[in-house]
Structure formats: C-alpha cells, structure tokens
Design a protein around this ligand. Structure first.
Ligand code: TYD
Length: 208
C-alpha cells in the first residue's frame, strides 16, 4: 500500500481569500512533486454538488438550520467516502476549500445548533474524519466585506447573504474552535497580498 496522504482544510468567513490560497498552495505542493487533489465543500462529488445546489439556491423559503446541517453532513459523507478517503489511500494530499468546521461555525455558531450534535452528524456520516491540519484564514470584517463586494457584485448566495450579526457569530465560532484546538488549527492572518498570505499558509502546512 502507498504511504497515506495528508489532509488539509482551508476555512474562514466569506471574502478571506480561501479559493486563491487553495490554488497557490496546490501549485506550491505540486512543484515539490507531491500528488495533490483539490476540492471544495459543499461539493466535490456529483452527489455532493447536487446537494450544494439545493442548499445554496434552495426552493421556496429555504431550509431550517437542522435540515441544512443534515444536508451539509450528507454532502460531506459522500465527499469523504468517494473522493477524500480514496485519494488519501493512494497517498495524495487532499486540499479542501471548507470542511467540518464550516458546519460548526455556520450551522452552530451562526444558526445556534449544538456543536456536539454537529460532531455527532459528522461521526455518523463520515466516521469523524478530521484534517491533519485546518488552516483558518482570518481577516478584518471591513476588509473581507470589501473583497466580497468586488467578487460577488451584489450576487451572494443564500448563506453568504445573511446579515452582519450572523457572520460575526460565524467568525467568533471559528476563532473559538481554533483556540480550543491549537494542534489541529493554524490561525493565519489573511491580510496583505496573496503571495504574502501564501507564504504563511505554506509554512503552516509543511510544519505537518
Ligand atoms: P461558497 O460559494 O463556497 O462560499 P465561499 O466562497 O465563501 O467559501 O459557498 C459556501 C457557503 O456555504 C458559505 O456561505 C458557507 C456555507 N457553508 C455552511 O454554512 N456550512 C458548511 O458546512 C459548509 C461546507 C459551507
């Protein structure tokens, strides 16, 4: 059997630059000869992408927090079973744009569900698989709002469009989880040019 791969998640609120950093990180690792699989949540497999469309662009009045948490957990279960675990078994490094801690921060911190319940859903759905390291990108809310306005030009999705208080709770929850588990999390300052942030992210990943 191949050496097992490594699993990294990029997390953070909207507009902190996760997608750009994921791309730069993948390029840097590939340049070192590492086999890299990049993916995202919700999504990453056909089934999980179908759930993504249902969650981010829902019919009618949208989902309540419990249904939403179950849908994210179901999408993650498919993603873990069909994409993440097989890639790790091949010895690839998996980089995902969002993972479990987004559910804990948005459906937990933002929408008020119990963290223990979200972790239970993760155990049932995905055997509790955790990243080797979770990189949390942190940015001043005004700067994040400015970057988002540039990116979305007023077309944010159902969750991204929730109010400032919701996103403040999400940010506080992310911070809290990171501080509670400094071994798994790397807290990264996401301000400055993409290259500067990339240097910090790469260092946090290569430490493992
Ligand atoms: P996406 O367009 O990927 O957002 P971003 O570019 O900000 O990462 O949309 C994902 C949205 O889904 C985002 O608002 C966060 C939310 N989300 C949850 O609420 N719970 C979750 O478990 C996940 C993975 C995402």
């Amino acid at each position: 059997m191949n050496a097992p791969g490594r699993f990294f998640a990029l997390e953070g609120g909207e507009g902190v630059g996760k997608s750009t950093q994921l791309r730069l990180l993948a390029e840097a690792l590939r340049a070192r000869g590492i086999g890299v699989v990049t993916t995202r949540e919700p999504g990453g497999t056909p089934g999980a992408e179908a759930i993504r469309a249902m969650v981010l662009d829902p019919a009618g009045d949208g989902w309540g927090p419990r249904a939403e948490a179950l849908l994210f957990a179901a999408a993650r279960a498919d993603h873990v079973e069909r994409l993440i675990r097989p890639a790790l078994a091949r010895g690839d490094w998996v980089l995902t744009d969002r993972y479990l801690d987004s559910s804990r921060a948005y459906q937990g911190g933002g929408s008020g569900l119990d963290d223990a319940d979200i972790l239970t859903l993760h155990r049932i759905g995905s055997g509790g698989l955790l990243p080797d390291r979770t990189v949390l990108l942190q940015l001043d809310p005004d700067e994040a709002a400015r970057r988002l306005a540039e990116r979305d030009r007023g077309h944010s999705d159902r969750i991204g469009g929730r109010d400032i208080a919701y996103h403040a709770r999400v940010a506080a929850a992310f911070r809290h989880f990171a501080e509670a588990d400094p071994h798994r999390f790397a807290l990264i300052d996401a301000s400055g040019a993409p290259d500067e942030v990339h240097t910090r992210v790469l260092a946090a990943v290569l430490e493992r």
